[in-house]
Design a protein around this ligand. Structure first.
Ligand SMILES: Nc1ncnc2c1ncn2[C@@H]1O[C@H](COP(=O)(O)OP(=O)(O)OP(=O)(O)O)[C@@H](O)[C@H]1O
Length: 240
């Protein structure tokens, strides 16, 4: 397998049990190739946030391993942190920073930070630069989290229920923005949702999370996202 064919994300036999309870995820296997959108749909409480936090390296699997471009994320290297942006639906940004100071600080932190794009999105979504993060509305905070994640120019974006707290129109806009990033920059996107139609519209490949396991969703390919739809065998993504 050449480097370009190497999957962006590989989840191998991953299970997760919190100390206090049952297994939330059971022996999950998934491969996501570079430059595709993978959507995971699940009812409330099925483990979407748990999976997102595992992929973002925020918690550790009970068993199994997660590799990004062949590297196990348990090693937690700065290299990996530059490759991945993880946005949780309740992500908290530094509350006391003014937006402009936060962006300047992040710009120094991320090697591939795209300043031009960042300010263009900040202007486009009318994020007030002089306001403190904790004075932003929930909607603006949501947008800012996504803008920051995109501006870091990650190879892999992991987004937990994008736009969960936005209006349906804004939520669509957010999903479109993510899909555009795949077209324009070859980013790989993994997002979760509780709405199956979003998977049908925005994902190249979709999976249903149920009883701790992933099952492929039937997608009507070509509906609204022909531009970034390319043939790929789904069997290669889920291995049982
Ligand atoms: N830190 C934790 N400790 C113990 N149990 C937890 C913890 N976090 C989540 N859980 C449990 O794991 C299960 C899955 O939760 P999770 O938040 O991952 O699901 P979800 O699909 O994201 O739900 P929602 O759509 O409501 O956000 C739930 O039963 C939840 O109570």
């Amino acid at each position: 397998m050449t480097v370009s064919e190497q999957p962006c994300l590989v989840i191998k036999n991953v299970s997760k049990r919190y100390r206090s309870g049952r297994f939330v995820l059971r022996n999950i296997n998934l491969q996501v190739p570079q430059g595709y959108v993978c959507g995971i749909v699940g009812a409330p409480g099925t483990g979407k946030t748990t999976l997102t936090r595992l992929l973002g390296g925020l918690i550790r699997p009970t068993t199994g391993e997660i590799c990004i471009f062949g590297q196990n994320i348990a090693q937690d290297t700065p290299y990996y942190r530059q490759l991945v942006s993880c946005v949780l639906h309740d992500s908290a940004l530094y509350p006391k920073f003014k937006v402009k100071d936060l962006l300047l600080w992040l710009q120094r932190l991320y090697r591939h930070w795209d300043e031009k794009r960042c300010y263009s999105l900040v202007r486009g979504f009318e994020i007030p630069l002089n306001r403190k993060v904790n004075q932003l509305s929930k909607e603006k905070h949501n947008w800012l989290s996504l803008i920051i994640a995109l501006s870091a120019r990650p190879k892999l974006m992991i987004v937990d229920e994008p736009g969960k707290e936005l209006s349906p129109a804004e939520k669509r806009e957010m999903l479109k923005l993510l899909a555009q990033d795949v077209v324009n920059h070859g980013t790989t996107v993994v997002f979760t949702t509780s709405i199956e139609d979003e998977i049908r519209e925005f994902a190249d490949y979709g999976f249903r999370l149920e009883a701790g396991q992933l099952f492929p969703c039937e997608l009507k390919k070509g509906v609204g996202h022909e531009a970034y739809m390319q043939p790929f065998a789904m069997e290669r993504m889920v291995q049982s």
